[in-house]
Write a protein that binds this ligand. Structure first.
Ligand SMILES: [Zn+2]
Length: 80
């Protein structure tokens, strides 16, 4: 009996999903609603940034930290 092509892909996807080291995030753009308004969070060329005033002074913020927790398990290309 042959496996349906789509079923074969589902099985492969399931295996890949247990191997997060295969994935490297190259870029992302998130929009989130904070307690003080909408924030734009980006990850580009190995750097996180956010549109909030706290980020402007500290180069990190709760929005970036939360985004990193949500995306936990993906390898970030921070070495560029
Ligand atoms: Zn922020």
């Amino acid at each position: 009996m042959t496996i349906e092509p789509l079923e074969e892909k589902r099985q492969k996807a399931q295996r890949y999903a247990t191997e997060p080291e295969r994935f490297r995030l190259e870029g992302i753009h998130l929009r989130m609603t904070s307690e003080h308004g909408v924030r734009e969070i980006t990850f580009q060329e190995g750097r996180w940034s956010c549109t909030c005033p706290f980020y402007a002074d500290h180069h990190t913020c709760s929005h970036i930290m939360a985004a990193q927790q949500i995306l936990n398990g993906i390898q970030f290309d921070l070495d560029r």
